[in-house]
Ligand binder design. Structure first.
Ligand SMILES: Cc1cc2nc3c(=O)[nH]c(=O)nc-3n(C[C@H](O)[C@H](O)[C@H](O)COP(=O)(O)O)c2cc1C
Ligand SMILES: Nc1ncnc2c1ncn2[C@@H]1O[C@H](COP(=O)(O)OP(=O)(O)OP(=O)(O)O)[C@@H](O)[C@H]1O
Length: 329
């Protein structure tokens, strides 16, 4: 990062970037313009809860998905520091490290931010210590939607319940999966609904089993997509979770291609059908329903879709395929 120029740093764990985080970015962006400094987001890898938690933490976004949102949100510098380098530092040493190693001269956090050994550093400490040092400092009050404080934990709870519209409201964009298309059992084509299969990752939180209306970016275009997450009980395929999406009106080959799937709404649960014909009749209805959901959504969020597509084009995403499933440590 950043050479000799001073930087205003937005600090936190950042499992993805929700609207509360975006409020912090606005403050940092504005201050950096006024004070002729750079700004950037600084986070810890792996996510502190992976290190400190009880092993059950699954993040919303993979590393490369988070890089994509950082680029989409025009974050000029996204700095990832090994959590092990800083987790035992006391608050004062942590700040000194940011100053000497990263040229930080300003900090923006939320009012509830805690850091350093035993989480002993807080906003009170930052305010007095940074004022003495002459750094810029801002602590932002909790950003709320409908009375609830927006947080990554809350977004994780919403995703786990399959509440995709509420998730979109908190993030400012729909929850999404970016992954390379892999081979399925090639039965979809025979059923009349070919699907792009996506690998599951233990580093990616999935919503519950079921069928979802999605917007899919593939072959440089947006498509309405019918996504199924589940075990395909009709065909008794065992206990390996499957993630597969049928792109409405798409004809062609997607194997190996990286695609982005935005989850807009859950439309039903996955079911066991008595016959393949029963499933096919249901899938026809699913696709109709999904068209009805996608049409107005695409219209309403045309600007978002355009920006995401532009970002995708300029982003060297294909190069990141090898990083899929990996977390930086
Ligand atoms: C929109 C949609 C809905 C689906 N719903 C179910 C379902 O309710 N029950 C089920 O067993 N499989 C369901 N599936 C999964 C199909 O069984 C699966 O797509 C098919 O077996 C083809 O799999 P393949 O791509 O691995 O060949 C659904 C798939 C899609 C695209
Ligand atoms: N709703 C919010 N309003 C203002 N600041 C916030 C909000 N949520 C988080 N922040 C701030 O954004 C930075 C990064 O947040 P972080 O990802 O650590 O918290 P979080 O979203 O509350 O996540 P979690 O729920 O996993 O603790 C921190 O400085 C934090 O205080």
């Amino acid at each position: 990062m950043i050479g000799v120029v001073s930087v205003i740093v937005v600090l936190g764990s950042f499992d993805g970037f929700h609207k509360g985080h975006q409020a912090l970015f606005e403050v940092a962006r504005d201050a950096s313009d006024r004070m002729d400094m750079l700004w950037g987001v600084m986070t810890f890898v792996p996510h502190p809860q992976i290190v400190l938690g009880n092993g059950s933490f699954v993040p919303l976004f993979t590393d490369s998905e988070r890089d994509f949102i950082a680029s989409f949100l025009n974050i000029p510098d996204f700095i990832k520091i090994p959590f092990s380098d800083v987790k035992d530092l006391n608050p004062k040493d942590f700040i000194e490290e940011l100053g000497s190693r990263y040229k930080a001269r300003g900090i923006v956090v939320g009012e509830n931010f805690k850091f350093g050994k035993h989480r002993s550093g807080d906003v009170e400490f930052l305010k007095s210590y940074l004022t003495k040092k002459g750094w810029f400092f801002a602590a932002i009050p909790p950003f709320k939607i409908d009375g609830s404080v927006v947080s990554s934990s809350l977004v994780r709870q919403l995703v786990k319940k399959g509440y995709m519209q509420q998730t979109e409201a908190m993030l400012g964009y729909p929850y999404f999966i970016i992954a390379p298309v892999t081979e399925g059992d090639h039965r979809g084509r025979i059923l009349g609904f070919p699907t792009a299969n996506l690998p599951a990752s233990e580093l990616k939180l999935l919503p519950p089993k079921g069928v979802y209306a999605t917007a899919v970016l593939a072959h440089g275009k947006w498509w309405s997509g019918a996504l199924n997450i589940g075990y395909n009980p009709t065909f008794e395929r065992g206990d390996e979770i499957r993630i597969e999406v049928h792109l409405d009106q798409f004809e062609g080959d997607l194997y190996g291609e990286m695609i982005a799937v935005l989850l807009l709404a859950q439309i039903r649960e996955e079911k066991k059908f008595e016959s393949a014909e029963g499933l096919v009749a249901q899938m026809k209805d699913d696709v109709e329903r999904i068209r009805e959901i996608c049409r107005p959504w695409f219209y309403r969020r045309e600007g978002l879709l355009f920006s995401l597509k532009e970002c995708w084009k300029s982003y060297e995403y294909r190069l990141k395929v090898t990083n899929y499933n990996r977390i930086s440590r």
